[in-house]
Design a protein around this ligand. Sequence first.
Ligand SMILES: Cc1cc2nc3c(=O)[nH]c(=O)nc-3n(C[C@H](O)[C@H](O)[C@H](O)COP(=O)(O)O)c2cc1C
Length: 174
Amino acid sequence: MENKVLEAIRSRRSIREFSKQAVSDEVLREIISAGIWAPSGLNNQPWRFVLVRDKEYRKELASLTHYKHIILAAPALIIVYLDEAEMYDSVKDHQSAGACIQNMLLAAESLGLGAVWLGQILNNKQLVNEVLGLEPKYDLMAVLAVGHPSHGNQQSHRKSLSDFILKEIGGSRE
Ligand SMILES: Cc1cc2nc3c(=O)[nH]c(=O)nc-3n(C[C@H](O)[C@H](O)[C@H](O)COP(=O)(O)O)c2cc1C
């Protein structure tokens, strides 16, 4: 059975190598729009974004992570923040940010683009805010490097489903 959502979930890979082709404003906004349609506790929508294409800014941000080469190679960055002044519950707002980020990764995949969720740069979150001129109330969640994949050779693996299910209570497998 064809199921585009399941297909996108299964075929999405972290893309770390990009062609030089630019990402249009329209496509970038489409991706972010998918992000803001994520669920959030109390529909609080705590996410905020900074879009970066400028090469000089990318260079400065690249110097703040081990994954420098990815940030330099990606034509666009979607930088995801939580606005601490607008949060109502730390755990739930953070979970909402994760849902938003995953929506954007899937949207990029479905639009034929590639993206990777970069978290290591959070070790330098204050410096990232300084580069971007943002107040401390904006808490960095992730940098998404976005672009056109330069190849389709990415592989990934998952443990088997049974490794994750702690218990199954009720149902036909009892
Ligand atoms: C919270 C989080 C942080 C991550 N940080 C990085 C990172 O800093 N650099 C990187 O190359 N990949 C990063 N990744 C991507 C993971 O390495 C990747 O999702 C994982 O290896 C599984 O591969 P797949 O996404 O292709 O299935 C991160 C993913 C998550 C969810």
